[in-house]
Design a protein around this ligand. Structure first.
Ligand SMILES: Nc1nc2c(c(=O)[nH]1)N[C@H]1C(S)=C(S)[C@@H](COP(=O)(O)OP(=O)(O)OC[C@H]3O[C@@H](n4cnc5c(=O)[nH]c(N)nc54)[C@H](O)[C@@H]3O)O[C@H]1N2
Ligand SMILES: Nc1nc2c(c(=O)[nH]1)N[C@H]1C(S)=C(S)[C@@H](COP(=O)(O)OP(=O)(O)OC[C@H]3O[C@@H](n4cnc5c(=O)[nH]c(N)nc54)[C@H](O)[C@@H]3O)O[C@H]1N2
Ligand code: SF4
Ligand SMILES: [Mo]
Length: 684
């Protein structure tokens, strides 16, 4: 089955890849009949995902042909947020946008930096998400964005320890004897890691889950360890204390492959089990049991999730957890070690793809987590235009009320390019219809497994919708930019991106080879023996780089920042049937989720007179939100958890991010979605 010309064939089964922001990046088979997608299933020949896919994508066809999908460009006719638009032509849309931008660029006190692109990974295709778009905005001279909303804090933290986003090959994890799923709701967010762990379990592996919420993943575990939010670094340090004290460390490995193990040994003396238990809420006996389990099982794998790093102290927390496998030498055992992400192993030629040479030196960079504040407070130069694609900030960004207030500004010229009239698009001056990934050419590289995959168009563009790459080519032309780089084809972009002599692991992977086989495995070498990308080339238990930046050089527990003096820490996590806010506008998916719930401990609920099923108001000074109480023992007292980024009309009350702080985390400018405090009251 060749990928070539799939879109020209009305009927057949075509290999494809899931475009969503999910580590699994499944191989798919798209069934087509009379030019339309009739079924989407997993590709059984994909070595990692092996034919199984999640419910979300099994029903993706409904999203592709959803009557609500945008077919034409729109122009706003009512007030911002009012949902009154009229159809316009692409010509008019492009003209309106580029005229507005040309005016801003020429205007004194504005200039090109007054234009701000805002995007994330609604589609993981590299040329559409961090390719032609970057080239265009570099050339335009627009402000740059700090892409910090997802894993920025944890990535910086992990890199201090390990040098880059590299870890265990997930395919090897079937050999592990112990899995610690640390702050990851893998049953929902990384289902194939669960499948692999299940295989290992049949060979005797134990599965431990450390989380603040006994969700599906906690229930699946052999041992669920509830922890106070934001205290995971203390638990990891307590484990190290016991590992050193009981001689459960691999001295030879530390000697050969780490720096700072002697300093660390001294340092963790103060993290005794009693002190750590008081911080984390994990009983002393459980700490001993966990540390001994970890010290004795081999291979053991820590799957590090996003939960612990969406906190004020998230960077340091991940930096700390990432030290554990070095103490026990697990990196030398196939299947052992840790996976936070594997993005760097599959690194492509980002400079060739994004062309930073088109960028003027000193162009400002704005942290996407501060969007609301940036739009509302004075900036130099001011923000006068926002171009949103691959993202839905009115729902996904912290301090949602500020974001929406900012989007209301009459002097802000907003363009949104999306498949749907999202909550954000309701505030746009111009809305552009986007193709789905099945209508595009792009390449995909997982941030978890080691495969690179190609997407060739399977169907024709829906209505007048266009891909990101195509829209940026058109915008470049309408701006009068003559650079060849802004007109190159998808195939050109992919060829340039995959030509990366610095990463020999992908040397055999080219656009041409991917046309013949939809996925190819990068030849990633084991990390050890070998040199890491840390300054010393070794695992840095002691980091001089951190010291220079003003961080403690050794892994350290720092408490969460003071938030409002309210009784509950609020953890608004993702859910099973949406992908961030994607699918929240689809009835099948919302029906499967039933309703947006607030999980609360029985003791807290009875004090507040709340029972399961009660509508509750969750609030703080940032905003409020209305959810349905679900009472039990799945969260600790003092913690409340919601799941899912639910859609909302303006004035609606289901936006959990109305409550989340826009403080930035200790590292990477990261988001602190899970470090805000709230009060809860029964409604009505
Ligand atoms: N079904 C589904 N899959 C998804 C997504 C989705 O929305 N839905 N989103 C995708 C994206 S963009 C990402 S980044 C990943 C995220 O997926 P994960 O890495 O699983 O991250 P989260 O779901 O944000 O949080 C994981 C867990 O951390 C817990 N947690 C919160 N605070 C703490 C803490 O302080 N300590 C500990 N130990 N646990 C804590 C939460 O209760 C939650 O169970 O999933 C991707 N896959
Ligand atoms: N409270 C809370 N907030 C969170 C999180 C949390 O755990 N809790 N998680 C955070 C995390 S980890 C992340 S990654 C962010 C994710 O936030 P976003 O990246 O904004 O993710 P989505 O909500 O899925 O929105 C993606 C949008 O891109 C559109 N899209 C898809 N494909 C294309 C395309 O090819 N072109 C264009 N132009 N548009 C396209 C989709 O239709 C959708 O509207 O949310 C963050 N927000
Ligand atoms: S969302 Fe994740 S699990 Fe579902 S099909 Fe896509 S890659 Fe696979
Ligand atoms: Mo994310």
């Amino acid at each position: 089955m060749s990928l070539r010309h799939a879109k020209l064939q009305p009927t057949g089964v075509f290999p494809s890849v899931c475009s969503l922001d999910c580590p699994d990046q499944c191989g798919l088979l798209v069934h087509k009949q009379d030019g339309k997608i009739v079924k989407i299933e997993g590709d059984p020949s994909h070595p990692v995902t092996q034919g199984s896919i999640c419910n979300k994508v099994r029903h993706m066809g409904e999203r592709i042909y959803d009557p609500k999908r945008l077919q034409y460009p729109l122009k706003r006719t009512g007030k911002k947020g009012e949902n009154r638009f009229e159809r316009i032509s692409w010509e008019e849309a492009l003209h309106t946008i580029t005229e507005a931008w040309k005016k801003l660029i020429a205007e004194e006190g504005a200039g090109a930096e007054s234009i701000v692109p805002y995007s994330f990974y609604g589609n993981m295709g590299r040329i559409g998400t961090e390719g032609m778009d970057r080239r265009f905005f570099h050339r335009l001279g627009a402000s740059r964005l700090l892409y910090s909303i997802c894993q920025a804090a944890g990535t910086e933290g992990y890199n201090y320890t390990m040098g880059s986003s590299v870890g265990t090959d997930p395919e090897e994890t079937v050999h592990a004897k112990l899995f610690i799923m640390w702050g990851i709701n893998a049953v929902s967010t990384n289902m194939h890691q669960v499948v692999l762990a299940e295989k290992a379990r049949k060979q005797g592996a134990q599965i431990v889950v450390i989380d603040v919420h006994k969700n599906q993943t906690g229930k699946w575990a052999d041992w669920f360890i509830p922890i106070q939010p934001g205290t995971d670094a203390a638990l990891a340090l307590g484990m190290m204390h016991i590992l050193f004290a009981e001689g459960l460390v691999d001295e030879a490995f530390m000697q050969e492959y780490t720096v700072g193990h002697e300093e660390l040994r001294e340092h963790v003396r103060s993290y005794d089990p009693y002190t750590v238990s008081a911080i984390t809420g994990v009983p002393v006996d459980d700490m001993y049991r966990l540390a001994r389990m970890y010290g004795q099982a081999s291979p053991s794998l820590i799957r590090i999730g996003n939960g612990p790093q969406h906190h004020d102290n998230g960077g340091m927390c991940i930096r700390t957890i990432a030290c554990l496998p070095a103490l026990t030498g697990q990196w030398l055992h196939p299947g052992g070690g840790a996976i936070k992400g594997n993005g760097a192993a599959l690194e492509h030629n980002a400079a060739a793809l994004q062309r930073p040479d088109l960028l003027a030196k000193g162009t400002r960079r704005l942290n996407m987590n501060l969007l609301g504040k940036l739009l509302l407070e004075e900036q130099e130069p001011p923000i006068r235009s926002l171009y949103v694609y691959n993202s839905n900030p009115a729902v996904v960004a912290p301090e949602a009320n500020k974001v929406r207030q900012g989007l209301q500004r009459d002097d802000l010229f907003t363009v949104v390019h999306d498949l749907f009239l999202t909550e954000t698009a309701l505030y746009a001056d111009i809305v552009l219809p986007a193709t789905s990934a099945f209508e595009n050419t792009d390449f995909y590289r997982s941030y978890w497994h080691h495969y690179i995959q190609l997407q060739q168009p399977v169907i024709e563009p829906y209505g007048e919708s266009k891909s990101n790459v195509e829209v940026f080519r058109l915008l470049a032309r309408a701006m009068g930019f003559e650079d060849e780089a802004l007109q190159e084809t998808e195939a050109d972009l992919i060829r340039q991106a995959l030509d990366h002599p610095r990463n020999p692991a992908i040397e055999d992977i080219t656009y041409e080879s991917l046309l013949e086989q939809p996925f190819m495995k990068a030849k990633v070498k084991p990390l050890f023996p070998g040199k890491l990308r840390t300054p010393s080339g070794k695992i840095e238990l002691y980091s001089k780089a951190m010291e220079r930046k003003g961080f403690p050089p050794l892994p350290t527990y720092t408490p969460l920042c003071e938030d409002e003096a309210l009784p509950f820490l609020f953890i608004p996590a993702p859910n099973h049937n949406f992908l961030n806010s994607t699918f929240s506008n689809n009835e099948k998916h919302t029906r499967m989720e039933k309703e947006p719930k607030l999980h609360m401990h029985t003791a807290d609920a009875s004090r507040l007179g709340i029972v399961s099923g009660d509508p509750v108001r969750v609030f703080n000074t940032r905003g409020e939100c209305e959810l349905t109480a679900s009472i039990g023992e799945d969260v600790l007292p003092g913690v409340v958890v919601s799941q899912g980024l639910w859609a909302d009309a303006p004035g609606g009350k289901r936006t959990v991010n109305a409550l989340t702080p826009d403080r930035v985390a200790d590292m990477g400018g990261g988001a602190t979605f899970f470090s805000g405090r709230v009060q809860v009251a029964k409604l009505g």
